[in-house]
Design a binder for this molecule. Structure first.
Ligand SMILES: [Zn+2]
Length: 268
């Protein structure tokens, strides 16, 4: 947990390592002081802000007309074979390998980078996530010339995901972290008045002040929450948020202690 926490902090305050720990400690201390009952407004994010973040990304759905509606828990429950296709470079392989390693730790589900003929435990389990790197002109043609440069979709039954795909233009490999988080079951984007630099996310919209390239603390905690066994596939929004609130109430002390126990030289 601590290592991943600091990877997130590093991405939050890149190049400012010396002050990152103090900021993190202050943020978490403020959040603890606020308690789970009181929302923090205009100050450092706290538990209620974290739950709002989780609600938006994990259990609130986007409607076709751009609105929002209550959603339900969708997640993988067994090993996932991840396959790269298309205009794949060594850099893509390294990035996907790093992402799958981190997501395996955060979710407790093993994401295996495999090849076309790879017969491993993940393949046997049947869960597949395909990442296609497309020539830019092909992506534009597929999207009608003005569509997104990166997309993701997942398919499942009763909230249990079994298939997913990610398509990105070769020019936008910085989409990978964003699309992988969608593929975990986070269908929404982090947008609106709460999506500020104080609560960054890979799922904030491009050019938003909240957008970061690497998983933030909030992203990592949201992933841990979604993949906690107390949040079951198919669970409705209200029940999922109730379970998430109980987990945050118990775990926040640990997150705080973990952050405080580290020093900047430990960030490695
Ligand atoms: Zn997106």
């Amino acid at each position: 947990m601590t290592g991943s926490l600091f990877m997130a902090f590093r991405s939050l305050w890149r190049g400012r390592r010396a002050v990152a720990l103090a900021m993190v400690a202050a943020m978490l201390a403020a959040a603890l002081g606020a308690g789970s009952a009181g929302a923090v407004s205009g100050a450092d994010p706290g538990p209620d802000d974290l739950l709002r973040f989780f609600d938006r990304l994990a259990v609130t759905d986007r409607t076709p007309d751009g609105g929002q509606q209550p959603g339900w828990v969708r997640k993988w429950t067994g090993p996932v074979a991840v396959r790269l296709e298309g205009q794949v470079t060594d850099r893509h392989i390294a990035t996907v390998r790093e992402i799958t390693h981190r997501l395996s730790i955060l979710t407790g589900i093993q994401f295996y980078l495999t090849d076309r003929t790879g017969a491993d435990r993940a393949t046997k389990a049947g869960n597949r996530l395909t990442v296609r790197i497309l020539r830019h002109q092909d992506m534009m043609r597929i999207q009608g010339g003005s569509g997104p440069v990166c997309t993701a979709a997942t398919f499942g039954k009763g909230g249990v995901l079994h298939t997913g795909w990610i398509e990105i233009s070769e020019r936008y490999s910085d989409c990978l972290h964003h699309e992988f988080m969608h593929a975990l079951g986070f269908d929404n984007h982090w947008s609106g008045r709460h999506a500020s630099a104080a609560m960054p996310s890979v799922l904030a919209l491009r050019r938003s002040p909240a957008r970061v390239a690497d998983y933030s603390l909030f992203d990592e905690v949201a992933i841990r929450l979604l993949y906690d066994t107390r949040l079951r596939p198919g669970m409705g929004r209200k029940s999922a948020l109730s379970a998430a609130r109980n987990i945050v109430a118990v775990r926040f002390d640990f997150w705080y202690a973990s952050a405080r126990a580290r020093t900047p030289t430990d960030q490695g």
